[in-house]
Write a protein that binds this ligand. Structure first.
Ligand SMILES: [Zn+2]
Length: 583
């Protein structure tokens, strides 16, 4: 390269990933992502904003604050000199640029950090500017998007910079209380006090491909532990596996992905009626007399219902049907019944359970949060998904998504298909019982409509952890039971071969549970069963979901919760009533 003239040097740039020499204009056209190896080069805040907001929509927020050197800090240079140098080299007044803009037509407030400015460090001014951006979001009732790039708190401002973690977090909390979406986009690198506050305490955490995020940096960890770090430590893909981020996004997908997430939360808010209407009667008469009519046919009003009553099938045959490997899974339904599914990952504690999938999706033109157990069709898929048996991390992911849905006013649709919760040793050690218990409790008071569908196996507490709902639907050949027939047979019969008898005794089929009032509607399956005609099954399920969901959207949250409590309370009172009547 010695022959290259200095001017020409600036036209080229060397990739930090693969060392390829790249034409700068070409690199910029490719959003500063190496076309050879996919390395995402760091972006300054102005370029980042240009890439993610709609052209012409950017309105910068004021960034002039009184000069601050709160502790008169001096190392080899006085702090004010370092500030001046950073300003001169970046053209920015601080390490964050705040603005309002639209993304895919959806308005948002943005705060974008710039690592070039003193390592993107969080000082008093940065904290103040981000807090003001959050307050602007609150005033305008728009979402807040934070793009982080930081080494952590700014040493030169001492403990006052530490306080900014609390200040910004308070502003995030206010948005959370107001039901406004907060999103952070982790870019490389995001560490220390920024990682331990607003980079991770937002509703959604996206990580740009290749970004690293952590509390302590790798050098510190190596020094403290004296050990080599695992491959990919603290990088986006590993963070995803460990439940720390909702999704990893390629730079070119960032704008459309943000637009889709903003759309998902805005449309629902707008569709919510502001004034409570009169209390509808979601089959309350049925609640009152459940159990009084012993043989009730499948609900004739079920949309898409075959006019005939379901064929009477032996309970054990139904169990086998419910477990059929060809039966549509939650991901199949997300593809066929819903549109635009955006999967959200992780429990934010340490894992992302593959047996539970969840995220935002559209049902007709409504945005909903869908959470379901995921099995699979092949042995490899089943093993990868732990046969649909959720770990505590899976239940905590579901819990996180339920709470997020409630905050954002999204209805929750759950698809239940599990043999039961994961019964393993590590599941016990991580608090499986408490994780299920917390989900059940949270669902009983969740201030948003909840619609549950037992699509395959409704196995015990693991099923109920997703099935405390305003309306519970059940596919015709699904089963729902306190214990598997095999488990029941092993305990109450001489041996497990009595499973078919146990299946009959447990009253676990859809018609049985409809008669007991546990299930509000049976969704008929096509001739044969769901796996014989998945498309028709999806059509019927979609129709049933819409029929049951739309009336719930008009019910004020407090009334929903009251009715949901009554719905489950009657399972005690009905039996008491029956006993009283027998006296
Ligand atoms: Zn490269």
């Amino acid at each position: 390269m010695t022959a290259t003239a200095p001017r020409e040097e600036q036209l080229w740039s060397r990739c930090a990933g693969c060392a390829s020499l790249l034409y700068r204009k070409r690199l910029r056209r490719n959003l500063d992502v190496c076309p050879e190896c996919g390395e995402h080069a760091r972006l300054g805040a102005p370029e980042r904003l240009r890439q993610i907001v709609d052209p012409g929509s950017l309105r910068l927020l004021p960034d002039q604050l009184p000069e601050a050197d709160p502790i008169d800090f001096v190392d080899v240079l006085p702090y004010p000199h370092r500030l001046s140098a950073a300003r001169a080299s970046t053209g920015l007044s601080e390490a964050v640029v705040c603005a309002t803009a639209t993304i895919g037509g959806h308005p948002a407030a943005l705060a974008v950090m710039d690592f070039r400015f003193l390592g993107g460090s969080l000082g008093c001014a940065v904290g103040e500017l981000i807090t003001r951006a959050a307050e602007r979001a609150l005033d305008d009732r728009i979402p807040l998007i934070l793009v982080t790039a930081s080494g952590g708190a700014r040493m030169q401002e001492g403990v006052l910079s530490l306080m900014q973690m609390a200040t910004v977090s308070q502003a995030i909390a206010a948005l959370r209380e107001a039901g406004l979406l907060t999103v952070s986009v982790l870019t490389d690198p995001t560490y220390g006090g920024v990682a331990a506050s607003f980079a991770t305490n937002t509703d959604l955490v996206l990580a740009e491909s290749g970004a690293r995020m952590g509390f302590a940096g790798p050098r510190v960890i190596r020094q403290v532990t004296g050990r080599a770090l695992p491959e990919g430590f603290q990088t986006a893909d590993v963070l995803l596996r460990h439940g720390q981020v909702d999704m990893v996004v390629q730079r070119r997908s960032l704008r459309p992905r943000l637009a889709a997430l903003l759309a998902a939360t805005r449309a629902t808010r707008a569709s919510r009626p502001p004034v409570p209407r009169q209390e509808p009667a979601p089959r309350r008469e049925r609640l009152a007399d459940a159990g009084a009519t012993p043989a009730r046919p499948a609900d004739p009003t079920a949309v898409g219902a075959a006019p005939t009553t379901p064929a009477v099938r032996d309970a054990w045959d139904t169990v086998r049907m419910a477990r059929h490997p060809g039966r549509p899974t939650t991901l199949d339904y997300l593809d066929s019944v819903f549109d635009g599914f955006l999967e959200l990952h992780g429990d934010r504690l340490g894992a992302d359970c593959p047996a539970i999938v969840g995220g935002v999706a559209r049902l007709a033109d409504r945005h909903v949060m869908v959470i379901g157990h995921q099995k699979g069709h092949t042995t490899a898929e089943l093993v990868a998904r732990n046969f649909g048996m959720a770990s505590p991390a899976g239940h905590r992911k579901a819990l996180r998504l339920m709470r997020l849905a409630a905050r954002l006013g999204l209805p929750v649709v759950t698809l239940v298909d599990t043999p039961g919760a994961d019964p393993g040793v590590s599941a016990e050690e991580q608090g499986q019982a408490a994780a299920i218990a917390e989900n059940i409790l949270t669902l009983t008071v969740l201030p948003t409509p909840v619609l549950a569908v037992i699509t395959g196996e409704g196995g015990s507490g693991g099923a109920l952890a997703l099935a405390v709902a305003d309306r519970v639907l059940m596919l015709e050949n699904a089963v729902y039971s306190v214990i598997s027939p095999e488990g029941c047979a092993a305990i109450l019969w001489p041996d497990r071969s009595a499973a078919p008898q146990a299946a009959r005794a447990l009253r676990l089929t859809a018609p049985d549970l409809y008669r007991l009032g546990v299930v509000d509607e049976v969704v008929p399956e096509p001739c044969g069963a769901a796996h014989d005609d998945p498309a028709e099954t999806a059509r019927r399920l979609r129709a049933a979901l819409l029929t049951n969901l739309l009336p719930l959207l008009d019910v004020p949250p407090a009334m929903l919760v009251r009715l949901r409590r009554q719905r489950f309370r009657r399972f005690g009172t009905t039996r008491a009533g029956a006993r009283a009547g027998a006296r």
